[in-house]
Design a protein around this ligand. Structure first.
Ligand code: TRP
Length: 330
């Protein structure tokens, strides 16, 4: 039986954080042998908000692919490529734009939200409005049947399904499957200060942090502020380190909770244990990252090979799509 195709993408916005590893990458890695997977560095999508300053696009592409490989994506098994290397994404985006009502794009909830949130950028552009349509083109170009994404992307998959239906109806052939969402199980990780993990707060742990930086960040984690002496009873439910124990030390989390509540372990010791857990998880990734960092040519080859494989699939489907729209050979 032929494997189902899945497609997913990430914008190259810099080195990935722990949350990306747990939220998305871990999930991708698990899907690799069950599906034919395409994983795409969506640099055109990044450009919809970074058009004024694209200086870091290439650098960020390398860094992100290094993170992907270090985490365990396998370039033999999966097709790893850069969106802008496969021009059919642009062609399909254009063709889909012909029959996509403006109102569908205007009512995507993330559209107005982002316009509000990113006020410092001028996003009243054609490209930004069309972001979900470009995403639909990414997915439909490979006739992908499922898309692993986080919850925030659900409206984009929904509009992709609507566009697939509209195409199939207009050109009288059930050509595009309506892709399913494979929801990434997100374990929400706070930053080391307990707020949302975000680069702008400077509270992140990233996949590329050195083990000694990871240890230092764990030492800085905010614990129960009501706990003054180490044998005071603690309240794990307000402790950032405890949240991390829950994710990285699942086997021991119940006993960690108990000894904390009883005041039998101090925060320093508790964080030491957490740091070792976290380091043993991240260190192999860090080591692979270090090795890959020196192999820019290897990364370039992987992306070139991925682009070749993706292009072959894209060219075949695009020829059929053109034919359905009467744009094929005269
Ligand atoms: N919009 C997605 C995000 O920000 C990235 C993306 C672009 C994507 N094209 C895609 C995800 C196609 C899945 C499928 O996370």
């Amino acid at each position: 039986m032929e494997k189902k195709t899945i497609f997913s993408g990430m914008r190259p916005t810099g080195r990935l954080q722990l949350g990306n590893l747990l939220g998305a990458l871990d999930n991708w890695i698990k899907l690799q042998d069950k599906y034919r997977c395409l994983f795409c560095v969506v640099d055109w999508h990044a450009l919809t908000t970074a058009y004024e300053d694209p200086a870091l696009l290439k650098e960020n592409t390398y860094e992100m692919v290094i993170d992907w490989l270090a985490a365990g994506l396998d370039p033999e098994e999966s097709i790893i490529f850069r969106q802008s290397d496969v021009k059919e994404h642009a062609e399909l985006h254009l063709l889909l734009s012909m029959f996509t009502p403006l109102s569908w794009l205007e009512r995507v909830p993330t559209y107005k939200d982002q316009l509000q949130q990113l006020k410092d950028k001028n996003l009243s552009t054609y490209g930004f409005l069309g972001y979900p349509l470009l995403m639909a083109a990414d997915i439909l170009l490979y006739r992908a049947e499922a898309v692993p994404v986080g919850e925030d992307q659900i409206p984009h998959i929904e509009i992709t399904r609507e566009i697939a239906r509209r195409f199939n109806h207009l050109y009288q052939k059930p050509y595009f499957p309506e892709p399913e969402t494979i929801l990434n199980k997100v374990k929400v990780l706070p930053g080391i200060d307990g707020r949302k993990m975000s680069k702008s707060y400077g509270n992140t742990i990233s996949m590329s942090d050195r083990p000694d930086e990871v240890r230092k960040k764990v030492r800085q984690m905010i614990t129960d502020p009501g706990r003054v002496r180490k044998n005071d009873p603690g309240n794990p439910s307000v402790c950032t380190a405890f949240t991390f124990h829950g994710v990285f030390n699942a086997e021991e989390v119940a006993s960690v909770e108990q000894v904390c509540r009883r005041g039998e372990i101090g925060c320093v010791e508790c964080k030491k244990q957490l740091a070792e857990r976290l380091v043993s998880y991240l260190e192999p990734i860090y080591e692979r990252r270090q090795a890959l960092q020196k192999e820019k040519n290897y990364i370039r080859e992987i992306l070139a090979d991925g682009a070749k494989r993706a292009s072959a699939l894209a060219a075949e489907n695009m020829a059929e799509i053109r034919e359905l729209m009467n744009l094929g050979q005269l």
